[in-house]
Design a protein around this ligand. Structure first.
Ligand code: ZN
Length: 167
């Protein structure tokens, strides 16, 4: 996942005129000063998080860009015109090499630091793990030993665990 902060427009990316702030429905919107029609609303970016459950446990992965020892569920951006549930299945294949099935929605979470709307799913998967270039390590944690962590993906794991234990 990229580390970009939110975009700061100075010039209109459409016509090159200056950008100015305009208050629309109590939100500061970046609009084109030449009124070509460009407006940047800084809407949250949807990102899918996937709790991948294998027969042995839940897959947590280490991204190559992360500090050592930091593991989390896999995440990925939603492709144009893609349903988030399909993102979950595609990312499980791309990042872990696993065919996912039985995808279930877990919840929506806000990652404020990156203005991302995290859409969390759980999937079941089996087979042989094959990591893509984004990941360099994985851990499989038996479900009864899985602990959540601070932040939106950890909250998703906590909600998923609470729900599956109450069944
Ligand atoms: Zn413009």
């Amino acid at each position: 996942m990229s580390q970009f902060k939110s975009v700061e427009y100075v010039y209109c990316p459409s016509c090159g005129a200056k950008i100015k702030d305009r208050l629309i429905d109590a939100q500061v919107v970046k609009v084109c000063a030449a009124q070509c029609g460009f407006a940047f609303f800084n809407n949250p970016v949807p990102v899918v998080a996937v709790i991948v459950e294998m027969p042995e446990g839940v897959v947590l992965a280490h991204n190559v860009a992360w500090p050592e020892g930091m593991f989390s569920v896999i995440t990925g951006y939603v492709d144009p015109h893609e349903l988030p549930i399909d993102t979950a299945i595609r990312e499980t294949k791309e990042e872990l090499g696993l065919a996912a099935y039985d995808a279930k929605w877990v919840g929506h979470y806000m990652f404020h630091a990156k203005n991302q709307l995290i859409i969390a799913y759980s999937v079941k998967a089996q087979g042989e793990l094959c990591l893509n270039h984004e990941l360099d390590a994985v851990k499989i944690i038996p479900k009864h030993k899985l602990k959540s962590w601070p932040g939106p993906t950890g909250q998703a794991v906590e909600d998923w665990l609470a729900r599956s234990l109450s069944r």
